[in-house]
Design a binder for this molecule. Sequence first.
Ligand code: ADP
Length: 486
Amino acid sequence: MALPVFYDKLYKRIFLASKDAIGIISSEGFYLEQNAAHRKLIGYTDNELHQKTPAIHFGKRAFNKIVKELQKNNQYRGIHEIRAKDGTKIPIDLSAFAVKDERGKILCYVGIKRDISNQKKTEEALQKSRDELEVILQGIADGITVQNETGKLVYANNAAGIAAGFPTGEDMVKTPPDKIMEKFELMDESGNPFPLERLPGRKAMLGETNPEALIRYRNKQTNEEKWVIIKARAMFDDFGKPLMSINILHDVTERKKVEKRKDEFISIASHELKTPITSIKAYVQILQKQLEKQGNSESSRFLLKIDRQIEKLTDLIADLLDVSKIQAGKLTFQKTRFSLDGLLKEVVEDMQRISESHKIVIKSLKACTVAGDKERIEQVLINLLTNAMKYSPKSNEVHVNVAKVDSMVKVSVTDFGIGIGKEDLRRVFERFFRISGSNGETFPGLGVGLYICAEIIKRHQGRIWVESARTKGSTFHFTLPRIHSV
Ligand code: ADP
């Protein structure tokens, strides 16, 4: 096919107008021609470049290497740094090819130089910010790991690696996930096996927002035990497909050790206090009888007061003992069947006898039988009623309701007292949690009563919760499974 006559002109225009720098070199290796972009890039005029070799900006060795490659393969591609006329160094992406005649004789070489300074700068800036981020991640005391959508570990900082028993984070990443998991036994707070599907990273990938978990883990080789709080966040693409999950591992082993020592202290202290209190109580009672016989009624009245205080002390110690039993998983129950409404009436009567400040009104009462530890359920009722009176010093009534709800019985104790702010509604059931009044009101207490109630109800397959607002009074509810009469 014959080429149109204007082709030569067309090629020339493309060559001249190209934004990439193009140089044409003779088969002997000297510049023949350059376009405007080339002139601009390296700064030589056409006259200056004439009869010069590209070695002036590539360097002799690099240029020889390029020419050799072109002679062998007809083409060449590579990244180079060239020197412009004014001495500045410019990174370029070079593609070159050899032009041959029909017999394979090289006529000339064409070199296309693309300036990649901007691209390089961007890459360098990106690398710099990556390096900075890496310094931050490595400097953080918390472990940080990143998993891709298949669960494969793609990043771990050194803190994470060391916590998992590796010398560095990189060593951890190189190890397959099942090999990492094999090294450990995962447990929840009570020492039961921790199912892998409850790991926050997995939950986050399934769309749960900000999942977290407290995990106890034992290194099977060293037998060392540690505690960690894991928080996870997942990242999704535009279509909601999970891309990766980022896990933050916060070591709380030291805190848990201190808590354990505190629990042990409470357990020992309450046991040690129990014995002298029991004998003081016995001696007070003997003394009281002797004084009564002698007709010394005034001293006998004082002893009665001492006895009441000892009762209070005994209750406090019993509460502390219960707390340590719960912590050690040793709170046991003597289960029987009993009438909850009967028990409630007894408790209300007893408490009404000693309370001068409040009237306890049973608003509704459904007869119902439950199975459980009667003394422990009584303890819950006493606790809720005592709190209702204690935290409503300016009112004089407490209401009680007992209702049947499906297969459960629901007991509700309502007071018209100081109430509980929204932020504390769940927390009142935590161990040692007490609300400090903003208006300076203080109430005596250890902050364990509701914690014990919650444990007792939970262990009876019931539920306990509170509805309240600050200054608006509170209603504590608990449910227990009902025994259906046949
Ligand atoms: P405490 O011995 O301090 O009463 P509890 O465990 O029984 O311990 O209660 C924990 C905290 O919950 C209390 O310190 C109090 O701040 C709050 N609370 C409990 N019951 C009530 C109530 N009926 N009204 C208002 N606040 C209450």
